[in-house]
Design a protein around this ligand. Structure first.
Ligand code: 6A9
Length: 783
């Protein structure tokens, strides 16, 4: 076989699904389960969006005209630049109920969602959206005089035409807005009901592009405004429109109920009754009872011992709700990078992955409204406790994305809507790049929860069927890491793919690790060993071993996992490979020098003189431990690998509690203040990211280890307990305070500036771990 032929074969393999039964074909994901999750607020990238879990769905959504400093802006897609002082789900159960509050410069909107399968409903049931619009506080009479414009749309991704309902806006009875039919659900109808005075205008379009609906509306309103002077849709519909937009103009305060009925071919009186049931006073009653159920369940699951004060309790509830309300359904094809020297005939530098669905939570509705592999493991630590069925469905979708090599793409950009949010340089996925296998964290919990009889008999049965089917996939995922990310010596690992030709980076990044710019060996080569990856491999092998044990798989594979997890948890070997005996810290190992810096260079090129920031190495690198204390050095501690009586444990507690190293009043820094890379920019354009700031996922892991060691007999038990209490209250206090001051959860928190939220705001992914910190729920990874 020639080299070219081999490369082609590898490429074809990288976009071929693993040959194994699909997770989503399991009986537990069909029938009632599937139907119960058909409709949902599965479009987290818009302020309010409804769709079904089907590739070509009917989609619905909300837009409105916001007024800021006398200027008009169309709101639709979650954008930080809209400067809403608040938006997010206050309640959400991930299934059939949610309540969101949005504040847009004086306009206060509450959006509620409710789903119900009642008599006469078709597949997936009916759903209602309530829009409650008010002026914030006691506003001026001027604001009360002015008109507020809301837009509600429904569109068929299949392109099937939608029939316009009655043309008469009526303020008393319900109005039929639109009707149509869809393969999954049969005939459907959309109704509106409000007791307030309102004016309705419409527009219909024919297009299968759904990622630029905002432009469509903006353009239609602007064009009409130029002709008529009114901010209205033109009341025109294109032939066979599959996108229907309704503009509802109101004076505040106003309340509007919109109902979607599926299987609407039944008799009119029954339709009227169904509309009645999901609007007006009956909807109010239903929403109220759902809210109560939600609160009760939240208290039952997350506040078992009444250990949280009520102010914090409500922030925890918002964190949980935002994570659940951020769950989305995506469908499309990832773009997989071709090797450097290849391109397609049309010039494309990628080949498409197979078309696939992904049901997943997202890190941030505004910044990162899509699936990220290692983020998802942290999300699932929360979600399985709330609803193990949803959690398995999500993990199942991810595991179905494994290719024939056992690889899962790290960032899932599926479909045009998702793609429209991502700068080009971040789109391509590299089949040689890993990302921490955090799904094992949640899988381990599920597996050991069965032992602990934490689940009902029925749930336990589903979990074991799930794990049984997952085993082949997990094995292949594990083997991918084991074979492609291994180091020079047996039992050593490093994140492959760091750039050893980099000239602009102070320290070549390790995006694969999830810790992006956390400093590693200055001069990447094959001698590297990464202590975080080694620890992830321990978690994974140990988890594989316990799943195998649990499934009573008496195979040689089980023995392999048994041996491997023993080998990786061997304290002596760990210390030989990664321990610095002087400081008692664990470090990466590699070709490294501390003497590097960025310096401006004058360059001459065709446009004349240019300045460029380039790296200079002032001393030749040497093979050595890489002396950066921070999250990476705490991994063996996080995983509980250090024996409770060891002097190393004392040293780890020293590093954690030292204010000149990692400790702050707001949580633990990602990198020690004494590190040569502390808060250093990586390139001209890359500000420090994991070089000081406080991140919640790692703080949660460290906290859970402190919790573990505070329960293990040994000389440091008491000290671990004290640090645990302090760190826990610091984290809770800071997140709660930031939430109350800004209305948002943040991507990370500033270690200096009073713990202020930083990075993406409205980061409702792993920052939601605050719920588990409050309820002291930790993963079962320590044995
Ligand atoms: C950028 C820019 C509108 C970076 O939370 C997701 C990931 C983490 O997995 C990772 O550990 N975040 C962390 O270091 C965000 C990554 C965003 C990459 C794409 C696109 C779009 O801006």
């Amino acid at each position: 076989e020639s080299e070219g032929a081999a490369a082609l074969r590898r490429m074809a393999r990288s976009v071929t699904p693993l040959d194994a039964p699909r997770m989503m074909d399991l009986p537990q994901f069909q029938g009632d389960h599937k139907e119960s999750l058909y409709w949902g607020t599965y479009r987290p990238n818009v302020y309010l969006g409804v769709r079904a879990r089907t590739p070509l769905s009917l989609i619905a959504g909300l837009m409105w005209i916001g007024v800021k400093n006398g200027q008009y802006f169309l709101r639709h897609v979650c954008q930080d630049s809209d400067e809403l002082s608040k938006y997010g789900w206050e309640d959400h159960n991930g299934r059939d109920y949610g309540r969101q509050e949005l504040t847009d410069h004086g306009l206060q909107l509450t959006t509620s969602f409710l789903k119900e399968k009642g008599e006469g409903s078709g597949y997936g049931g009916d759903w209602a959206v309530r829009l409650d619009a008010k002026n914030e506080g006691s506003s001026s009479s001027e604001a009360q005089e002015s008109t507020t414009h809301l837009f509600f749309y429904i569109a068929d991704e299949e392109g099937k035409s939608i029939t316009m309902g009655s043309n008469e806006p009526s303020s008393s009875g319900p109005v039929l807005l639109a009707s149509g039919s869809h393969e999954d659900i049969g005939d459907w109808e959309l109704h509106l009901r409000s007791e307030d005075n309102l004016e309705i205008h419409r527009a219909g379009f024919q297009s299968i592009n759904m990622h630029n609906l905002s432009d469509l509306v903006q353009h239609a309103v602007a064009t009409n405004a130029m002709q008529t002077g009114n901010l209205n849709l033109p009341d025109l519909t294109e032939d066979s429109s599959n996108i229907m937009i309704y503009q509802v103009s109101i004076k505040l305060p106003a309340k509007i109920d919109i109902v979607f009925l599926s299987g609407a071919s039944s008799k009119r009186p029954m339709i009227a009754e169904r509309v009645n049931r999901l609007t007006g006073p009956m909807l109010s009653t239903r929403l109220e009872s759902k809210r109560k159920d939600f609160e009760e369940r939240y208290n039952q699951i997350f506040n078992v011992n009444n250990k949280i004060v009520s102010k914090e309790l409500s922030v925890g509830r918002v964190a949980l709700s935002s994570l659940l309300g951020g769950i989305g359904y995506f469908y499309g094809q990832s773009k997989i990078a071709l090797p450097k020297t290849f391109s397609q005939k049309n010039g494309d530098k990628y080949i498409p992955y197979w078309p696939a669905a992904l049901y997943t939570a997202v890190p941030s509705r505004s910044f990162f409204p899509r699936g990220f592999l290692w983020d998802e493991g942290f999300h699932q630590l929360i979600i399985w406790r709330w609803d193990a069925h949803i959690s398995m469905d999500i993990i199942g979708h991810w595991l179905d994305l494994i290719n024939a090599d056992g690889w899962i793409p790290r960032e899932q950009i599926l479909g045009a809507e998702a793609l429209s949010k991502v700068p080009e340089e971040f789109v391509l996925q590299y089949p040689s790049n890993g990302n921490p296998p955090t799904l094992f964290l949640a899988l381990r919990d599920l597996a050991s929860g069965i032992h602990a009889r934490q689940f009902s008999g029925e749930e336990a049965e589903k979990i074991s069927t799930f794990l049984e089917r997952a085993y082949v996939r997990l094995n292949s995922w594990f083997q991918w890491f084991n074979s492609t990310q291994s180091g020079k010596y047996e039992g050593t690992f490093f994140w492959h793919g760091r750039d050893n030709m980099a000239t602009r980076e102070l320290n070549p990044k390790t995006l694969t690790s999830g810790l992006d710019d956390y400093p590693r060996a200055s001069h990447p080569n094959d001698d590297e060993r990464h202590v975080d990856l080694r620890s992830w491999m321990l978690l994974a092998s140990n988890c594989m071993r316990s799943i195998a044990e649990f499934l009573k798989m008496d195979t040689s594979l089980e023995k392999d996992y048994y041996n491997m997890s023993n080998q990786l948890s061997d304290f002596g070997t760990l210390n030989k490979m990664h321990l610095d005996n002087k400081t008692g810290a664990y470090f990466d190992y590699g070709n490294h020098t501390e003497k590097v810096r960025l310096r401006w260079h004058e360059l001459k090129d065709k446009d004349g003189m240019r300045r460029e920031l380039l790296r200079e190495t002032l001393q030749p690198p040497q093979l050595q431990l890489v002396p950066h204390v921070g999250y990476v050095s705490l991994f063996p501690f996080m995983m509980g690998t250090i024996p409770p009586e060891s002097w190393v444990l004392e040293k780890q507690l020293d590093l954690i509690s030292d204010r000149s190293i990692l400790w702050t009043d707001y949580g633990l820094r990602s990198l020690s203040r004494t590190s040569s890379m502390y808060m250093k920019r990586n390139t001209e354009h890359d500000a420090p990211y994991w070089r000081g700031a406080i991140w919640m996922n790692m703080n949660y892991m460290i906290l859970s280890a402190l919790h573990h060691y505070s329960h293990e007999d040994g000389p440091y038990m008491g000290r671990a307990g004290e640090l645990y209490d302090e760190l826990r209250s610091n984290l809770i206090r800071n997140i709660v305070r930031n939430y109350q001051e800004t209305g948002f959860f943040w991507e990370n928190y500033d270690q200096t500036n009073k713990g202020k939220g930083k990075g993406a705001r409205s980061f409702t992914g792993w920052t939601s771990l605050v719920v588990l910190i409050m309820s002291e729920s930790y993963p079962t990874l320590h044995r």
